[in-house]
Design a binder for this molecule. Structure first.
Ligand SMILES: [Zn+2]
Length: 197
């Protein structure tokens, strides 16, 4: 047990669930659905999101279909255990914006009997694995891949197209910078953009 883990240990088995996919695939919507069901079951819940993500709201997670749920904004994943002291179900949105220390933190929370539900992008705009999601996928008990719809052909899409010249891996927000694309229509080089409109 990590000595930094300032949380109560529940006498039951915990686990990790990962919800991953491209942008516009409904990850946050699915996270909110699971959290609301846990609430109906009278379980104590808390939802975290990284400080970098302030697209819609500082104190809520908000899905693209405008569902929302109150969330605690943290600058670093190391803040999550102490804020989860007496909580049974922990939701974490936009997990790809946390450091790799999120992996051990999720493991410790699950080891202590928590249900940990992690949602995040599994690939960046180049279709490369987006850490720490690959590691979380490997240690999770349950994995859900959500698919969006390719804006070019309408096929199921698991990639995120960036329609911007920025080379920065993290370009938060602005829905109009991104589109869901299938494997066939996803392009990395901005000079080769396939116009969907
Ligand atoms: Zn397509």
């Amino acid at each position: 047990m990590n000595e930094n883990l300032q949380i109560r240990t529940f006498k039951k088995t915990g686990h990790i669930e990962v919800i991953c996919g491209s942008m516009f695939s409904g990850k946050t919507e699915e996270l909110i659905r699971r959290i609301r069901r846990a609430e109906i079951a009278r379980q104590r819940v808390i939802v975290f999101k990284p400080k970098i993500d302030n697209r819609y709201s500082e104190f809520e997670i908000v899905s693209h279909n405008e569902q929302s749920y109150p969330s605690v904004v943290v600058e670093d994943a190391s803040e999550i255990p102490e804020k989860s002291f007496d909580v049974e179900v922990i939701g974490i949105d936009e997990a790809q914006f946390f450091d790799n220390n999120l992996i051990e933190i999720c493991q410790n929370l699950a080891d202590s009997g928590r249900r940990v539900i992690v949602a995040g992008l599994d690939q960046d705009y180049r279709a490369m694995p987006f850490e720490p999601m690959p590691q979380l996928l490997s240690v999770a008990e349950y994995i859900t891949k959500t698919l969006a719809v390719c804006v070019v052909c309408g096929a199921p899409a698991n990639r995120t197209q960036r329609n911007s010249d920025s080379d920065n891996k993290i370009l938060v927000g602005a829905t109009d910078h991104y589109e869901a694309r299938c494997r066939l229509h996803h392009v990395v080089n901005s000079e080769k953009f396939i116009q969907s409109h």
